[in-house]
Write a protein that binds this ligand. Structure first.
Ligand code: F6R
Length: 242
């Protein structure tokens, strides 16, 4: 089932998305949250920090598992997704850092890291609420357009368009890692609930394609049409074509 919630602008849509996470933690304080990086969720994270600072939100029993991490970057690198999560959320709330999980970009043995991450998610009993952003090419996590939907955690070669899009965070495009570890489509689809956030007119076409076009691995997010509980939160611009 797809629920669509529209905010007037980025701030408004960020509050709406934060409220879904707020409700999840309130109803189940020991929730397992699947988290995402990228620019879209930053406003929601800021709002969650506010709720925490106001004394209304307690992360002490929450466990988190992040979607993905660049391969080859160490977690102290300021471009790593671990660094991002600490900076935009974990450092500002009372989450137990030992209960926060991000794939280990330093692990060079890809098969081993992917197996470890799949086992970790399974041992946690799965994900209660998975937060996602949507790539311009329809990727979720780093599941890039391809021939198949990959089920488990895997190591991917990033699409040229993703490397270009992400180069805005690096000094030059040559510094963008070319591979990443990512949860697979199976990991994501096994989450109880999915919350996907989109902002800006640049996402309008892909939102339409992903949620109202054919289900195909060429648009990885299109598989979300088969999930039982998806909340799509966007601003007016991103939702303007649906
Ligand atoms: C981030 C991730 C990516 C982003 C996507 C959208 O952990 O897995 O799939 O969600 O690239 O990024 P933004 O929000 O920057 O447009």
């Amino acid at each position: 089932m797809l629920r669509i919630l529209k905010g007037n602008d980025y701030g408004d849509m960020s509050r709406i998305a934060a409220n879904v996470i707020f409700a999840q933690i309130t109803l189940k304080p020991d929730s397992v949250l699947g988290l995402a990086t990228g620019s879209t969720p930053i406003g929601a994270y800021e709002q969650l920090i506010k709720y925490y600072e106001e004394g209304n939100l307690d992360f002490s029993h929450v466990t988190s598992v992040n979607l993905d991490e660049y391969r080859g970057l160490d977690d102290t690198s300021d471009q790593s997704y671990r660094y991002f999560m600490n900076k935009y959320l974990f450092d500002h709330v009372n989450i137990n850092l030992e209960k926060t999980n991000v794939p280990d970009g330093k692990e060079s043995d890809a098969a081993r890291e992917c197996l470890r991450y799949d086992n970790l998610i399974e041992n946690l009993g799965g994900i209660d609420l998975q937060l996602l952003g949507l790539g311009n090419n329809g990727h979720i996590g780093f599941n890039e357009p391809g021939q198949v939907f990959e089920k488990g955690t895997h190591c991917v070669d990033l699409a040229e368009s993703t490397i270009e899009a992400n180069s805005r965070f690096f000094n030059s495009i040559d510094e963008v890692p070319t591979q990443a570890y990512t949860m697979g489509i199976g990991n994501i689809m096994s989450a109880d609930k999915i919350l996907i956030v989109v902002s800006g007119e640049g996402k309008a076409d892909i939102v339409k394609e992903a949620f109202f076009g054919p289900i195909t691995p060429q648009v990885p997010a299109s598989i979300l049409q088969l999930h039982k509980d998806v909340t799509l939160v966007g601003d007016e611009a991103a939702l303007s074509k649906i």
